[in-house]
Design a protein around this ligand. Structure first.
Ligand SMILES: [Zn+2]
Length: 164
């Protein structure tokens, strides 16, 4: 799922609650619900992990990160939030699982305890991605990325309208 969608849903969740810690937890949980919806990027992730077509994956993540930064900036520039702290915590919670997975992929920590925890989290995150799609034979492992991007774009439009 696009980071932009995770961040925006986290912001909406953070804006709906009155405590920063609840905002963080809601944002964090929303990540897994969103990732369980088939969203077409699983093959790209495998290509990135195996080093094949890594440039394409880097470009995709780079553009997504840029769009996410612009959306977050828009939220904080254009809106007087009930609580900017709650919205920020919602966004952090929404992005945190992918940041942890990114940390695992890039850094591959050497300290044993940390490595085991992060590796467990990485596996859990990946299993969650396939939770629904593995039950739908028609799409083999995933839906086409272009359809998913159109749907995520539409969802982003409405989510951003709810915030701005
Ligand atoms: Zn994720």
């Amino acid at each position: 799922m696009l980071l932009a969608v995770h961040a925006t849903v986290g912001a909406v969740a953070g804006n709906a609650v009155s405590s920063p810690s609840v905002a963080l937890i809601l944002g964090f949980l929303s990540h897994f619900f969103l990732d369980a919806i088939p969203h077409g990027d699983h093959h790209m992730y495998e290509q990135f992990s195996s080093g094949r077509k890594a440039r394409q994956a880097f470009l995709y993540v780079g553009l997504d990160t840029l769009a996410t930064a612009v959306i977050i900036a828009l939220f904080f520039l254009r809106q007087d939030f009930f609580s900017p702290v709650n919205v920020a915590m919602g966004i952090i919670g929404g992005l945190l699982p992918d940041l942890l997975v990114g940390l695992y992929e890039v850094y591959k920590p050497r300290r044993r305890w940390f490595e085991r925890k992060l590796s467990w989290f990485n596996d859990f995150h990946m299993r969650n991605h396939k939770l629904v799609i593995s039950r739908v034979r028609r799409f083999k492992d995933d839906i086409p990325l272009r359809y998913s991007l159109i749907l995520q774009g539409i969802a982003l439009f409405f989510l951003m309208r709810a915030m701005l």
